[in-house]
Design a protein around this ligand. Structure first.
Ligand SMILES: [Zn+2]
Length: 254
């Protein structure tokens, strides 16, 4: 090894030693302690926010969406619940009705019966409102109107088929059929065949699809079995919890 080679070797060794002594660079990922004060998001989601009493961006976006949905649902409720009953709410109902409503399985409805004026329409308005606000699809129809709409489809110039009309009452999550039973006691002994078949088919199909049906009527279940028939009374028993509405006549002003 000549002198030049030796000198080169020494220089190389020195460089190696120096390299090892170089300070390590601070990693880009090292987090510095956060000196800006933060507060918890008021929705208690676990996020921190830069100002006290605020929502984090995620919770704020969720709130804006929920408010918008509630507004849309309120607008929808106004078109479904009759104007006279726009203020009807579950918490204003009789306690037994509130309890029955709270305990209802999703696919079971109520059979509300009682003399006229006992608050059947008020009760269904309040129940329908709460379902609409929960985002469920709700349809209300008077039984007489339903039969008339179906009969209209039999006319030669009808644009809708019976099936088109029927579907509108088969598909919603919650169907309210009001004032079931058009036959008047002592005048007509029983419902027409058409009325009987319509009611049975609707109840039966909705039961199969596990969709709840709510019924109001002035007939008790045995009365219904007489004016309609036993099959229908038995379907109602499967589909609904029965509640008799009693108490004062709400139409009489005190
Ligand atoms: Zn949050």
């Amino acid at each position: 090894m000549d002198k030049l080679e030796q000198a080169n070797e020494t220089l190389k060794n020195k460089r190696e030693t120096l390299k090892k002594l170089e300070p390590k660079k601070i990693s880009q990922n090292t987090t510095l302690p956060n000196l800006v004060p933060t507060w918890p998001c008021i929705a208690n989601c676990g996020e921190q926010v830069r100002a006290e009493g605020h929502l984090c961006p995620h919770c704020l976006a969720a709130k804006v969406k929920a408010d918008r949905d509630a507004e849309t649902r309120k607008k929808r409720a106004v078109t479904i619940v009759p104007k006279r009953f726009h203020d009807a709410r579950i918490e204003h109902l009789d306690l037994n009705l509130i309890e029955a409503f709270n305990g209802l399985p999703d696919d079971i409805g109520l059979y509300l019966f009682g003399e006229p004026g006992r608050g059947k329409t008020y009760a269904t308005a309040a129940i329908a409102y709460s379902f609409i606000m929960a985002g469920r699809s709700v349809v209300r129809i008077r039984y007489k109107t339903l039969c008339r709409l179906l009969r209209c489809t039999f006319q030669r110039n009808s644009k809708l088929t019976e099936e088109d009309v029927f579907k509108q009452y088969l598909l919603p999550d919650k169907l309210f059929i009001e004032d079931v039973g058009t036959a008047v006691k002592g005048v007509e002994k029983e419902e027409s065949n058409f009325s009987r078949e319509t009611f049975f088919e609707l109840l039966d199909e909705r039961l199969e699809w596990c969709r709840a049906t709510f019924i109001t009527t002035n007939k008790s279940l045995p009365d219904l079995a007489t004016t309609f028939d036993e099959r229908i009374a038995s379907r109602v028993m499967q589909a609904c919890v029965q509640i008799k509405l009693e108490g004062r006549d709400r139409r009489i002003k005190e």
